[in-house]
Design a binder for this molecule. Structure first.
Ligand code: FE
Length: 141
């Protein structure tokens, strides 16, 4: 049975279920009620995606494309600008943290992260077509 992953990286494992919300072991994700939420972060069931399989030696790992903007001191020409979004290709299942490393942004300088206009943390998992913005200042951009 397929396992499903939350944006916070919690994984729903059908073999385990979720005893904290009365989901018995052996319950496939499709039979988990829509009222169920991530026991770790509280996100709704609809945010879960099927767990990404481990890459195999002879098959390429699936990739996603995301659009990135950087503001103020985080701006890097050609890589991350504030004027237009720059598109970057990442491995499926990559997080904000992976993206920051790829862009070689100073991790401790990134103070605000927007993922599709919602503020998120470094652990947020990215999906194809996501739009990300990095800002070094807390407060208005
Ligand atoms: Fe979660």
């Amino acid at each position: 049975m397929d396992r499903y992953q939350c944006r916070c990286q919690y994984i729903y494992d059908p073999a385990v279920g979720d005893p904290t919300q009365g989901i018995p072991p052996g319950t496939p994700f499709s039979e988990v009620p829509d009222t169920w939420v991530c026991p770790q972060c509280g996100l709704a069931k609809s945010y879960f995606v099927k767990e990404v399989g481990k890459p195999t030696s002879d098959q390429g790992h699936p990739t996603i494309k995301v659009k990135v903007k950087c503001f103020s001191t985080l701006v890097k020409e050609q890589m991350c600008d504030y004027k237009g979004s720059t598109e970057h290709e990442l491995l499926e299942g990559s997080t904000i943290h992976d993206l920051i490393e790829k862009l070689s942004l100073p991790l401790d300088a990134v103070k605000i992260i927007f993922l599709n206009s919602k503020e998120v943390g470094f652990d947020a998992v990215l999906h194809d077509g996501d739009q990300i913005a990095f800002s070094p200042v807390t407060g208005a951009m």
